[in-house]
Design a protein. Structure first.
Length: 279
């Protein structure tokens, strides 16, 4: 009973932290902003110290994406809410329910950025007052392709922004002795050459699974592919770029390195286990 009460208390604490995430966004337009006690612009916890302002801080950089010179295919999404939620996601104390919600929310926020380069075409529309011409996404519907199983956690968040998207699936797992991918399932729309594909996987670690998934899509005829993850390691970005230099990669954080077991450091642990409670 004590353990259950403690767990519920931890979950309420995490929910309280997540609820405060909108506070920084409401103040983003001001040149002087309230700041957390001991926080820095690179650690936007969102728990504002009411009534106090620190005028020594410069306005937050509003550039939503950072490009890394060493990795020309990589874009790091720096939106304050993405970074806030990613910090909560990394926390080892975050329970499965909250972890799932955070993955979903970050994926939705990243979807806005990763779709910014989609082609548009004119679209006539009748308003209540007159006929005019607007814009719509050109071509066939987008296709989301989660890499099973952890990629499933990102599908609903992305779909919330592009509800008409088709969903394919690629089944891969990493052999823990060789750290190489083993594929066991592949299903995507048959008209692959006419679609934009977004491959989803929370982690880009060694890059083996990502490169294999993209290779499978290309063999099926796909020509426009992007890879979306939450956390990436330099080794994984290099390997994917070497195998598929035409594939844009989007992440919320580029972490330091891999450990001997192929896990990202500092990372967030095994995303699949944390999503589905199998750790």
């Amino acid at each position: 009973m004590t353990t259950e009460k403690t767990h519920r208390g931890d979950e309420r604490n995490h929910q309280s932290e997540r609820g405060s995430a909108l506070s920084p966004a409401r103040n983003a337009g001001s040149a002087t902003r309230a700041t957390t006690m001991g926080a820095t612009p690179n650690d936007p916890r969102g728990e504002l110290d009411a009534g106090r302002e620190d005028t020594s801080l410069r306005p937050m950089d509003t550039t939503p994406v950072r490009r890394v010179a060493e990795f020309p295919t990589l874009s790091v999404v720096q939106h304050p809410l993405v970074q806030h939620k990613l910090t909560l996601l990394r926390d080892r104390r975050t329970p499965t329910k909250i972890f799932k919600e955070l993955v979903d929310e970050i994926a939705m926020l990243m979807a806005y950025e990763v779709t910014r380069n989609l082609a548009l075409e004119p679209a006539p529309v009748e308003t209540p007052l007159e006929q005019t011409t607007g814009w719509q996404v050109a071509g066939k519907k987008l296709t989301l392709v989660p890499i099973l199983r952890a990629g499933l956690g990102m599908v609903e968040g992305m779909s919330r922004l592009v509800p008409g998207a088709r969903v394919g699936h690629i089944g891969l797992y990493r052999d823990h002795s060789t750290l190489e991918p083993v594929d066991y399932y592949f299903k995507v729309p048959s008209d692959a050459a006419e679609r934009d594909f977004f491959v989803l996987d929370p982690m880009l670690a060694t890059g083996g699974s990502a490169a294999s998934a993209v290779g499978s899509l290309k063999r099926a005829g796909a020509e426009r592919i992007s890879f979306i993850c939450l956390v990436a390691a330099p080794d994984g970005v290099r390997r994917l770029a070497a195998a598929h230099p035409d594939v844009a990669v989007y992440c919320a954080a580029l972490d330091r390195a891999l450990n001997d077991q192929g896990y990202i450091l500092p990372g967030l642990g095994d995303a699949g286990d944390r999503l589905f409670g199998t750790r």
